[in-house]
Design a binder for this molecule. Structure first.
Ligand SMILES: Cc1cc2nc3c(=O)[nH]c(=O)nc-3n(C[C@H](O)[C@H](O)[C@H](O)COP(=O)(O)OP(=O)(O)OC[C@H]3O[C@@H](n4cnc5c(N)ncnc54)[C@H](O)[C@@H]3O)c2cc1C
Length: 315
């Protein structure tokens, strides 16, 4: 088991910001994971399970706890036949999505451009272009707060828009560190064969290529970022909700290109904040709050942060 002390989190987040983690453990086997949790208990520190850090803003002061990064045994994809797969939490979502596509299965192939892990994707119920991880997930294997391995059927995972049982009971939306302590170890999926939808593998590949081209054209992929800063807004009746992109309101508020320190509202996509060079985590947080206040002032709408904050911030 690799244990690092004072490991800078900027090396592990797509924003490329974040101070030192008191302990950073790479857990390749179940024993490593249990030992990492024991280390946290022994030191009286909290723990935090890191995926690929692509939806995460870690404080400049770092994290006074144990960061657990799953790898090794947690990165396996098992083909169980007939479109059923069991996938380890550390598996890159893109690898799994492309694996299913090549085997001729549809359902998550359009998600191949999301840069997170399977664990992060289940936690967030990641989605794009009409597909969501939760739609074809049949169950999640977790290590619960009592140290027991449990199988949660998908119905108990409460998948919703960027929500799951793993994050929705937080007291402060968008704030990490108060979740229900379940560590996602793996998840099972049931996908439909492309042929059952009268599609070929080439059709799925063409659909994915279209999604990737849209990402390239609309997202600031050449600058450090963490994807959408804010969640889409649900308007209309509960029976027929419509989602509105926050980027529309941010753009209408004239904030594209607005900067605080090294953090900038992307000039390409207003719902992305980018690290335009030497941004601090505090700059990014301050800019997200400035955007929230300006949109609230102009439209009376409260944008909800999608990006998760970890560690202590000022203000
Ligand atoms: C360029 C770019 C494009 C993006 N596009 C999309 C998109 O189209 N759709 C979308 O939904 N998101 C998108 N994102 C956001 C992000 O990639 C997703 O939210 C992704 O699912 C996060 O996964 P991660 O492994 O990076 O998680 P992290 O950012 O590391 O963590 C996110 C949360 O998940 C928790 N977590 C991670 N693994 C586990 C585990 N094993 N057990 C328990 N908790 C865990 C963490 O504790 C944390 O609270 C994008 C991000 C970027 C940078």
């Amino acid at each position: 088991m690799v244990i690092l002390e004072n490991e800078l989190m900027r090396a592990h987040t797509s924003f490329k910001v974040g101070g030192p983690a008191r302990f950073f453990v790479k857990a390749e086997h179940m024993d490593d994971l249990k030992n990492a949790l024991a280390l946290a208990r022994e030191k009286g520190l909290p723990h935090f399970v890191l995926g690929n850090g692509t939806n995460l803003l870690v404080s400049d002061k770092g994290y006074d706890g144990v960061i657990i990064s799953l790898a090794g045994d947690f990165s396996e994809i098992a083909d169980l036949g007939n479109g059923k797969f069991k996938v380890g939490a550390a598996t890159p979502l893109g690898r799994f999505a492309r694996h299913t596509l090549k085997q001729g299965y549809a359902g998550i192939h359009k998600l191949a451009g999301i840069p997170g892990t399977l664990g992060g994707a289940v936690y967030m119920n990641a989605g794009a272009y009409g597909q969501e991880v939760g739609n074809c997930c049949t169950g999640v294997t977790v290590l619960d707060a009592g140290g027991n391995i449990r199988e949660l059927p998908a119905a108990e995972c409460c998948f919703g828009y960027r929500q799951s049982i793993f994050n929705y009971c937080k007291e402060i939306p968008g704030q990490a560190g108060d979740d229900n302590g379940k560590i996602i170890l793996a998840a099972t999926f049931q996908l439909q064969s492309a042929s059952s939808q009268e599609l070929t593998v080439a059709d799925l590949e063409a659909e994915l290529a279209e999604c990737m081209a849209k990402r390239k054209a609309t997202q600031p992929l050449n600058m450090p970022n963490a994807g959408s800063t804010f969640k889409r807004l649900e308007v209309g009746a509960a029976t027929m909700p419509t989602q509105i992109a926050p980027g529309y309101y941010i753009e209408q508020t004239g904030l594209k290109g607005y900067r605080i320190g090294g953090a900038e509202v992307s000039t390409l996509h207003a719902n992305f904040i980018v690290n335009a060079g030497n941004a601090t985590a505090q700059d990014i947080k301050n800019l997200s709050e400035y955007v929230q206040s300006k949109v609230a002032e102009k439209f009376g709408i409260q944008l909800q942060r999608e990006i998760i904050l970890l560690g202590n911030f000022e203000g």
